[in-house]
Design a protein around this ligand. Structure first.
Ligand code: URA
Length: 284
């Protein structure tokens, strides 16, 4: 989709009519001024003012959001809105410069640091510690985006946005994930090259996007791997296959979202910038 600000006829598109001699100047040919209510496609009389919705979504101050609207950079449900005062549904699909803005206050996006020993399910018939234990007091129905092994710690995204969760897990979108592993060492110089070229596992070839030796210690090493795979135990199987079994594993990043200093068992809300980037990666 072409971002509104890149389309022709936007900001500064109309040139002033030139006065010639003493003849009466012709009237400028401006499009007729429309009241906000005339944005019939998106205007909802008891909705929320668009600039307020944008500001609440973290796009910027009300003033800045008004300017974005006036500059023809805001689309609501696929319609360019340039008038101030338009009221829209709180669940409208809003894009700024072609990037989706998450405006629905009911939507929840969390970065959770799953501790070792916790199963990636929202409940567990066997009574094992699970993700549901950590979000039991929240009223939304959350989904976990993908899974981590019970022995793996680190970043797990939780959301009640089913469409985004579904897409982020789908191999077609190839979302990159970063893992830090403690493995048996030493690490040969050409290991990164080998992993990037691809390693054949029993369920097919796996290639990594990047590989980095973080630290070399006596008999062991810390390595960082980035890959866009969702297959079960993929990092453990891959490193085992090349002779470096994993002793500890943590996921530190999913797409644009970093774990940062969120401690095991804790979660934090994603920023509006992170949510916007996730939407872009998921093609929404
Ligand atoms: N790869 C693994 O081996 N385990 C995980 O938990 C995630 C990726």
């Amino acid at each position: 989709m072409t971002p509104p600000h890149k389309r022709s006829g936007g900001k500064g598109g109309a040139s002033k009519p030139r006065r010639t001699g003493k003849t009466k100047p012709s009237q400028p040919t401006r499009p007729p001024k429309r009241s906000p209510e005339e944005h019939v496609d998106v205007h909802v009389p008891d909705g929320i003012r668009l600039q307020k919705l944008l500001a609440a979504a973290g796009v910027g101050s009300r003033r800045k959001c008004e300017q974005l609207i006036a500059d023809a950079r805001v689309e609501v449900d696929g319609h360019l809105v340039t008038e101030l005062g338009v009221r829209v549904s709180p669940t409208a699909v809003v894009h700024v410069d072609g990037e989706r803005v998450q405006t629905d206050p009911e939507r929840v996006y969390l970065a959770f640091n799953k501790p070792v020993g916790v199963v990636t399910t929202m409940s567990d018939d066997l009574g094992r510690p699970n993700i549901g234990d950590y979000v039991a007091r929240r009223r939304e129905r959350l989904f976990h985006v993908g899974r981590l092994d019970v022995d793996t710690e680190g970043l797990l995204l939780l959301t009640n946005d089913g469409e985004l969760a579904h897409r982020l897990q789908h191999p077609a979108y190839g979302i990159r994930k970063t893992y830090v592993a403690q493995v048996d060492g030493p690490i040969p110089r050409d290991l990164g090259k080998r992993l990037k070229e691809g390693v054949e596992l029993e369920d097919g070839l796996v290639t990594v996007d990047s590989f980095r030796l973080v630290d070399a210690l006596p008999g062991k090493a810390i390595v960082e791997i980035v890959l866009h795979e969702g297959r079960k135990h993929i990092v453990r199987r891959l490193l085992e296959a090349v002779g470096h079994p994993v002793r500890a594993l943590a996921r530190t990043q999913v797409g644009p979202v970093r774990l940062g200093d969120t401690k095991p068992g804790k979660f934090r809300p994603l920023t509006s910038r992170e949510i916007t980037s996730l939407y872009a990666e998921a093609g929404l």
